[in-house]
Design a protein around this ligand. Structure first.
Ligand SMILES: O=C(O)CCC(=O)C(=O)O
Ligand SMILES: [Mn+2]
Length: 215
């Protein structure tokens, strides 16, 4: 990737896998505004630790905005229209967030991406996400678009089956990952977040994962 001087946003995606792309600092010009939009959403549907079907509390704090939200509980993993805490629909996906997700997908060669879910993940130091596949969506022909804000973290990029040592990708504030096609069901995760402070988010990392749950 040719990223120019002075840390300006990437104009070209960096391809790290057959159908996996990294847009370095691509959201930098809009980051403050986009983070404010996320803050508004979590005022309406608060951050919470989901419990896995196995009964473990996830270390990441989560919420959603959009037509659907991803939830986990003792019954399993699924998408639903209402927030189990508020019993109300999830907050509307802020149009500016949806537009940037769609634009990122297009830039990486995925046309027609219209996310109906934005899973909001907030990592505090010590939080991590184990290797998993995103496979609760109806249509795997649509990509995943993932925004990172705040503290840096190591993203783990595995294989389409469990096992092997994952590729490590350093993610920074305002980076975007897009993966789809033959890489859509890759195992991926996030290493434990190191302590730190970031001017945009304080001592957390915010991840937004845009998906099309229904085709
Ligand atoms: O935090 C990240 O970068 C990844 C999040 C993720 O993979 C997920 O929520 O499914
Ligand atoms: Mn995932």
């Amino acid at each position: 990737m040719q990223n120019d001087l002075f840390d300006s946003p990437a104009s070209e995606p960096m391809q790290f896998s057959s159908a996996g792309f990294l847009l370095k600092q691509w959201l930098l010009p809009q980051a403050t505004q986009l983070i404010d939009e996320v803050r508004n959403c979590v005022r309406l549907s608060p951050l919470r630790h989901f419990t896995t079907p196995g009964g473990k509390s996830m270390s990441v704090l989560s919420s959603n905005c959009g037509h659907y939200g991803w939830v986990a509980d003792r019954q399993g993993y699924r998408y639903q229209r209402t927030d189990p805490i508020t019993q109300k629909p999830w907050p509307e996906m802020p149009p500016q967030l949806a537009a940037k997700a769609r634009q990122a997908a297009t830039l990486c060669g995925f046309q027609g991406f219209a996310p109906d879910v934005c899973l909001i993940n907030v990592y505090r130091p010590g939080a991590a996400m184990g290797l998993h596949q995103d496979k609760d969506e109806a249509d795997f022909s649509q990509p995943i678009v993932s925004f990172s804000f705040g503290l840096p973290v190591t993203f783990l990029w595995g294989n389409t089956t469990r096992g092997g040592s994952p590729q490590r990708i350093e993610l920074q504030h305002s980076d975007v990952l897009v993966w789809g096609g033959e890489d859509r069901l890759r195992y991926h995760g996030v290493a434990k977040l190191a302590d730190g402070q970031h001017p945009a988010t304080g001592n957390v990392r915010i991840n937004l994962t845009f998906r099309m749950a229904q085709s």
